[in-house]
Design a protein around this ligand. Structure first.
Ligand SMILES: Cc1cc2nc3c(=O)[nH]c(=O)nc-3n(C[C@H](O)[C@H](O)[C@H](O)COP(=O)(O)OP(=O)(O)OC[C@H]3O[C@@H](n4cnc5c(N)ncnc54)[C@H](O)[C@@H]3O)c2cc1C
Length: 457
């Protein structure tokens, strides 16, 4: 066992962000304790604290890279457990902004699997580390601070199966990874600190997901993604382990996808493209439709606080939770955990200030993508800057060019996969390609079920 620089760290929440934070901490702390309110189920099973586990979870390419970096061989292990590994630009049919992106071999590897399988396997790897342990059924209820309140020295917890008495656990560093419902703002104000400013962009989204049997598909499709703002309805269908499709349908601003099976199918029929409807209309359902509501993109600006205690950080959805349709949350959590790992190598001095600054820069791009995309829906309230309006018009043209030009698809894929900043789409060489490609090709007609490839309909 190599010598560690620090003694004990605790992580509040044992979901993706908490597990990845624990993985990063394990290289620097002699002991890491994950405190989780739930009891962990078997790998692949859903649990109460992560209700979003019933819904499609896309893992973006940069997130997959970060996971593989923390857990070498993870992708191969997941494939053995049934996750579908496929070229994301060949096996994915994307109807975006009114056009189908062309499909081609890219040499990239996408991973299609359920959220409970991914989380379960990551948990298995983290808990196999000799210096990491989990305390389940543990509700963290507050923080313990030094007498001068300048440093967090531990947390207060209630053990759900215990005698009801509050206990404390000491830690040199505590990390809140308890998700979007994080109580850090309240815990910090109880110690005399200010709350972080909270930015919210209300989208009033209603999500419904359902599993279907996935019959062998001659086209090798692993993903269908349909979204064409300003239309408020969107859908995604993705291959999952166990020869299944998961289908998630969503609508903005109260145009919720319905849970009634017939109405669910009808909602699929009204999406801007017919591909999902064509696949599921005769497919065997394997589960009931499960709903979720997602009211708003929410970002807490910890980096702007003038005073923040030593020995405490906040990470993952607890900092920022994005409209799920962009599939960013797990990837951002993984990238934040990488930042944490890197910063701890330089010591703990002013860790919170350094971490929140870096995390904020990291969140800027996915936040702009999510909010910029959502502001294309007419009723979504928020400031539409001239640059955003220009970008929206340009994206329409980019999607049109992406019908024909693999380079345009690649450039767009890098941005939505969080491997390149949004502004890379404005590189003159790409703008030129978009303009030239569009001049040479007419816009596509609106797709109908009769215009679908035979095998899929
Ligand atoms: C419908 C939906 C679909 C999504 N789709 C995608 C997607 O396609 N791709 C993607 O990358 N992301 C997606 N996300 C986001 C993704 O689920 C999260 O970003 C990801 O789980 C990381 O969140 P987290 O670990 O910070 O918090 P969470 O996953 O919310 O986990 C918080 C954990 O903390 C525990 N906890 C909470 N309070 C306490 C406490 N006081 N004491 C102890 N434990 C506590 C909870 O039980 C839970 O285990 C989606 C989200 C939703 C809602």
């Amino acid at each position: 066992v190599t010598e560690k620089s620090y003694s004990h760290a605790v992580v509040i929440g044992g979901s993706i962000a908490g597990l990845l934070a624990a993985r990063a901490l394990a290289d620097h702390f002699a002991e890491v304790t994950i405190l989780e309110r739930d009891c962990f189920p078997a790998i692949g099973q859903n649990r109460k604290g992560v209700p979003q586990g019933h819904h499609t979870h896309a893992l973006l390419s940069s997130g997959q890279q970060a996971l593989e970096h923390f857990f070498p061989g993870l992708t191969a292990e997941l494939a053995v457990q049934g996750a579908v590994v496929a070229d994301p630009l060949l096996a994915a049919r994307r109807y975006l902004g009114g056009y189908y992106h062309c499909q081609f071999e890219s040499g990239l590897q996408g991973l299609y699997l359920s959220r409970p399988l991914l989380e379960g396997q990551v948990r298995r790897r983290v808990l196999a580390l000799p210096n990491v342990r989990a305390m389940e059924n543990c509700d963290v209820v507050g923080l313990v601070a030094s007498e001068d309140q300048q440093r967090i020295t531990g947390i207060r917890l209630l053990h759900r199966s215990g005698d009801g008495a509050e206990k404390t656990l000491k830690a040199e560093l505590a990390i809140d990874a308890s998700g979007r419902g994080s109580r850090s703002p309240q815990w910090l104000t109880a110690l005399g600190y200010d709350k972080p400013t909270e930015e919210r962009v209300h989208i009033g989204m209603g999500y419904v997901s359902r599993y279907y049997r996935r019959n062998p598909d001659p086209q090798g499709t692993a993903l269908v993604s349909i979204s064409a703002p300003p239309q408020t309805r969107m859908g995604v269908l993705a291959a999952q382990e166990g020869e299944r499709w998961i289908v998630s349908l969503a609508g903005y601003l109260g145009d919720y996808a319905p849970t009634d099976p017939d109405a669910f199918l009808e909602f699929a029929r009204t999406l801007p493209a017919p591909d999902i409807y064509a696949i599921i209309k005769d497919a065997e359902p394997l589960s009931d439709p499960v709903p979720a509501r997602f009211p708003a993109n929410t970002r807490r600006r910890y980096e702007q606080l003038k005073h923040f205690p030593e020995g405490y950080l906040v990470l993952g959805d607890a900092i920022c939770s994005f409209n799920p349709v962009y599939g960013q949350g797990m990837t951002v959590a993984a990238l934040e955990a990488q930042v944490l790992h890197e910063l701890l190598q330089q010591g703990q001095h002013r860790l919170a200030q350094r971490f929140f600054r870096r995390a904020s820069t990291l969140v800027d791009n996915p936040w702009d993508i999510a909010v910029g995309g959502d502001l294309r829906i007419a009723g979504v309230v928020g400031k539409r800057s001239p640059l955003q309006r220009l970008m929206a018009r340009y994206l329409d043209r980019l999607h049109r060019a992406a019908q024909h030009d693999p380079k345009v698809v690649m450039a767009f894929g890098k941005v939505v996969g969080l491997r390149a900043p949004s502004k890379s789409l404005l590189q003159p060489s790409l703008v030129w390609r978009v303009l030239v490609t569009n001049r040479q090709s007419p816009p596509a007609p609106r797709p109908t079920i009769d215009s679908m490839p035979k095998e899929a309909s």
